[in-house]
Design a protein around this ligand. Structure first.
Ligand code: ATP
Ligand code: MG
Length: 554
């Protein structure tokens, strides 16, 4: 039977449904967002109209009350307020969505099979969690909503300008597409230069730690000149890319100012023209011409933003695809809720087990093995024979392709995660730290493990006194240089035995240790192994404690 068929796709969640659920649960905020977005567009259109009215009155010699000026400033201030409100709400909404997506992704990661997880590049996974989710956030903060707002603003300006002066609207309609094409050209070039720049900066930044790390090899092989040349090449690349970015950044604003100037001047000349036909098309009052200048000035901003927004939306769509691909990965099989061990049955029993990580390459073939309670068994076999793989199968990280693996009669891969620590104590070749204190290294986020259990485990392996001697004892924050290699291995064993497991799995734990430290660790292991079933991959332990040898592979 192919056990992989048991895998399922529990989580049907997709990025879109996470976003939609967040919007639905934030009704007030969504309404606030709608009001501030539309409010900012509409109110921003009013000041030029007030200005037009004021100037027209002044130009025919009529007076102005202070109220008119206050209304003008009021609209400008209100636009600012609405825009600020919109930005605040967009940011909060974006953050909520980001949080929910990351939450869904984190949930997903815990449901993936180890098999699948180990196949993923950690860097790629990190970029999904950070980069891709950020692009989706930007979709909100500076993508879809801003684009709709900018399009509305451009449209409204056209409608107003068209209503006041058809000729000007036609000129704008002819010129603006050209401005847009120019804007996109500059943006694309600038983005390309920025990407090159980022790559060049990364190369420059990586060079320094790389040099420091390999300084002995560099000196030994007399590669100083080579490293120096590489560094100067990277700096030159960086400089070139930076120059390009600066060039595109610096030409854009003056070019737009020139466009603006040409349109404004052209319209002014035409509206003041003595030719009657031209005047019927372009003629306008002083007030209207001031308002038109203001509108022309306002239209370039949204036009520029739309280009960037299209880019943001494109990268967000790619981000959504990648997140969806991750969220729809096959999940790990379901484990049992509870199990009842049959203590009379063998502690570990493998019947005709075959396993391969990838189809063509069989690692274990037809392996049968029985281990009784309290037995000490050492697995031997050439490197790559599948000894560590067998541990992973016992721990239920993978399912055998054929055959069965039972722990006191229960399928190893179906044991609930909650009881795993009381069944297996697993010591790996090297210590894997978790963030937190020394006590946390032993507890590993397990609330059921008391301080007393932690100390008793530390005493068994003989690291209690070392920890107590530190000023903050068990509460000392852990860092890589706090303990020696051997002490880390003792901590590993304490971690493995703290939940008083039935079976101890030891994977080459004394490799890389010097003779004295090895003796300390072996002594700790002997104490930890008492009254337990022990399966180890360690010749030294076998030499010291005896037991049964089991050959894995040929
Ligand atoms: P060693 O004595 O060197 O530790 P081992 O007997 O413990 O060897 P395993 O680590 O079990 O060997 O590996 C057995 C084979 O499975 C190796 O060929 C290895 O390349 C392969 N392998 C191990 N882990 C994976 C994995 N996650 N995906 C694919 N292949 C794997
Ligand atoms: Mg191994």
């Amino acid at each position: 039977m192919n056990r992989n068929l048991m895998k399922k796709n529990l989580m049907k969640k997709r990025t879109a449904s996470v976003i939609w659920a967040t919007i639905r649960t934030s009704k007030v905020m969504t309404l606030g967002l709608f009001l501030t977005v539309t409010g900012a567009i509409v109110i921003a259109l009013l000041p030029p109209l007030v200005l037009e009215w004021m100037i027209d009155r002044l130009s025919v010699g009529e007076g102005l009350s202070i109220v008119a000026a206050l209304v003008y400033f009021g609209f400008i201030a209100l636009t600012g307020l609405f825009e600020a409100g919109r930005e605040i709400l967009l940011t909060i909404m974006g953050q909520r969505i980001t949080r929910e997506i990351r939450h869904a992704m984190n949930e997903k990661i815990t449901r993936l099979a180890a098999e699948d997880l180990t196949r993923q590049e950690p860097g790629v996974m990190v970029s999904r969690f950070i980069g891709d989710v950020d692009t989706v956030e930007k979709l909100f903060t500076s993508g879809i909503i801003s684009m709709v707002a900018d399009l509305c603003k451009i449209l409204c300006i056209f409608v107003i300008v068209g209503g006041k002066n058809r000729g000007l609207a036609v000129v704008m309609l002819m010129v603006l597409p050209a401005v847009y094409v120019f804007t996109r050209y500059v943006q694309k070039r600038s983005l390309k230069a920025q990407i090159e720049n980022r790559k060049a900066v990364a190369k420059v930044a990586n060079h320094v730690p790389e040099t420091i790390q390999n300084i002995r090899t560099i000196h030994a092989l007399e590669k100083e000149e080579y490293m120096e040349k590489r560094y100067s090449d990277y700096i030159a690349e960086n400089y070139e890319a930076m120059e390009k970015t600066n060039f595109f950044d610096s030409i854009y604003s003056p070019a737009i100012l020139i466009f603006n100037g040409i349109i404004t001047a052209g319209i002014m000349v035409l509206s003041a023209s003595g030719i009657p036909m031209v005047k019927t098309i372009f003629g306008m009052t002083v007030g209207t011409s001031v308002a038109m200048v203001s509108y022309i000035g306002q239209i370039f901003g949204p036009l520029e933003s739309i280009g960037m927004e299209i880019q943001t939306i494109q990268s967000a769509i790619a981000g959504v695809h990648r997140i969806d691909e991750f969220l729809s990965r096959e999940e790990r099989w379901d484990t049992k809720e509870t199990v009842c061990f049959e203590e009379m049955l063998p502690c570990v029993e493998l019947k005709n087990v075959s396993f391969s990580y990838v189809e063509e390459q069989e690692i274990l073939r037809n392996l049968s093995l029985q281990i009784e309670t309290g037995e000490h068994v050492t697995l031997v076999g050439r490197t790559g024979a599948g000894k560590s793989t067998l541990f992973k199968l016992l721990l239920g990280m993978y399912q055998p392709k054929e055959g069965t693996i039972s722990i006191y009669g229960q399928d190893a891969s179906l044991l609930p995660d909650t009881i795993k620590r009381s069944v297996f104590g697993y010591v790996e070749q090297s210590f894997c730290a978790v963030p937190g204190t020394l006590a946390d290294q032993i507890r590993v986020l397990d609330e059921g493990i008391t301080q007393e259990m932690i100390e008793s485990a530390a005493k068994v392996v003989g690291i209690h006194d070392t920890i107590e001697a530190l000023p903050s004892g068990y509460e000392t924050p852990y860092h890589a240089n706090l303990l020696s290699q051997g002490q880390k291995q003792l901590l590993s064993i304490a971690r493995a035995i703290v939940a008083r497991p039935k079976i101890l799995l030891l994977d080459e734990i004394t490799a890389n240790l010097d003779a004295d430290t090895e003796q300390t660790v072996l002594l700790a292991l002997r104490r930890a192994s008492q009254n337990r079933t022990v399966i180890s991959i360690s010749h030294r332990l076998y030499e010291q404690t005896g037991g049964r040898l089991v050959q894995i592979g040929d």
